[in-house]
Design a protein around this ligand. Structure first.
Ligand code: PMT
Length: 401
């Protein structure tokens, strides 16, 4: 959720500033890009060199460097606009007060006042300073301005006293940010089940009946649903791409029967289910235990129909569950997709008409979304990542308006 986010970390003059180095590392570990700005007094507690090395960006603390003959101006407006998120940690009593009054006597305050992104602040100070009515009022005022307070901890303070005022630990700050980002997402609290990839139906120990599905479409859906706040369970067939996002639960299967077992088990908890896998319609009745040898004439492989997973889920789904199927059609696309939509009791079907740039294996896709009322929304050729986002946005607008 922090992945790809541009984060400005403001550090002010508190002993807790040493923890900010760990915070930089954790933010980067979560995929964020971090730029650090120090208040002038923060430099007494933590070195720009440490933070620049960790963040891989120059660390700034002045509007301009008086020793720089070219007179480079550190543009606070540009920095404020660059960021997706600003965190001031530690935030001293003095900085809280400046943030409330709008005092712009250092670069960090200039950036804060210019920033249009969400701002989080994690105070750090001694317990009596923290308890003081002015500090408590300042925290409330900052919250009323739309800034988010990352609560302090109680414990041993630098003074040796014990009480409230310790800055939250870097791990706690990360957990807080993740929770907070999650809250505003459209699929927050929803469980989404997705399947992806092909199935392989064994003929003998070395051969199978399969198809060209790469899993890209289903995995793009899983990652998009995760980015939109869902808890995602992905059931994925063999030789498929896998999601990079660790928070997605991935269950690996090979055959259609294994895929059915996995989907059936996860379905009862799912709020939304999307079946994007290309599941073999038939499997060999008998699987040879040894490699089938050439005997001079072609062997006959008898097939039996696989269960239809989507139709099975459609027959047991309750009124709160959303079921989305795909239909891969080479002819009479709309007509066939509508027939599948009703027959399998889906709430939405995604018609996929394969061509050179869409369908199996491609990075792009071209689909038409068809609702229960048979209303059609045709999407232009886009990357599978974009198509996944559009399918989910359409579903959120339709089913969770
Ligand atoms: O994986 P990629 O390379 O990215 O390619 C993506 C894709 C082309 C596989 C994907 O976009 C797609 O179209 N998936 C559906 C493929 C398919 O099997 O379509 P179908 O029309 O045969 O099946 C209709 C629906 O029933 C599908 O949701 C399918 O998952 C489901 N089904 C089919 C057979 C079966 N035994 N059980 C099922 O649940």
């Amino acid at each position: 959720m922090l992945s790809g986010k541009k984060v400005l970390l403001g550090i002010t003059g508190s002993i807790a500033a040493y923890k900010s180095s760990f915070l930089v590392r954790l933010l980067i570990k979560h995929g964020a890009e971090v730029k650090v700005i120090l208040s002038p007094s923060a430099r007494a507690f933590v070195t720009p060199l440490t933070l620049a090395t960790l963040s891989k960006h120059p660390v700034l603390w002045e509007f301009y460097d008086p020793d720089d003959e070219e007179g480079k101006w550190n543009n606070h407006v540009d920095l404020g606009l660059w960021a997706d998120m600003m965190i001031i940690a530690p935030a001293t009593a003095s900085t809280l007060s400046k943030m409330v009054s709008g005092s712009c006597d250092n670069l960090l305050m200039g950036v804060y006042l210019s920033a249009k992104c969400p701002v989080y602040f994690a105070p750090a100070m001694d317990l009596d300073m923290f308890k003081h009515a002015s500090t408590q009022d300042n925290i409330k005022s900052l919250q009323s301005f739309g800034n988010t307070y990352i609560p302090t901890n109680s414990g041993e303070l630098a003074s040796g006293l014990i009480g409230e005022g310790r800055m939250a630990e870097p791990e706690e700050i990360i957990d807080f940010l993740l929770m907070d980002l999650q809250k505003g997402l459209p699929l927050n609290g929803k469980k989404v089940l997705i399947n992806a990839g092909p199935t392989y139906e064994a003929i003998d120990p070395v051969r199978f009946i399969g198809n060209h599905s790469s899993g890209k479409m289903g995995v793009a859906l899983a990652e998009a649903a995760h980015r939109m706040g869902a808890a995602v369970h992905l059931v994925v067939g063999p030789n498929s791409v896998v999601p990079t996002e660790k928070a997605i639960t991935v269950q690996y299967v090979v055959s259609a029967l294994e895929m059915k077992e996995a989907c059936d088990a996860a379905f009862k908890d799912a709020d939304m289910t999307i079946l994007a896998a290309a599941i073999a319609d038939y499997r060999p009745i008998n699987v040879a235990t040894q490699k089938i040898k050439k005997k001079g004439e072609a062997p006959v492989i008898e097939l039996v129909e696989n269960p239809d997973i989507l139709a099975g889920l459609g027959s047991i789904k309750n009124e709160n569950q959303v079921l989305i199927g795909f239909a891969l059609e080479t002819n009479n696309g709309i007509e066939n997709a509508i027939a599948k939509l009703h027959k399998k009791n889906c709430d939405l079907i995604v018609l996929n008409q394969p061509s050179e740039n869409s369908g199996f294996g491609a990075d792009t896709n071209k689909v038409t979304l068809i609702g229960k009322d048979e209303k059609q929304v045709e999407l232009s050729l886009k990357t599978k990542v974009e198509i996944a986002e559009e399918i989910l946005h359409h579903s959120i607008n339709t089913f969770y308006p």
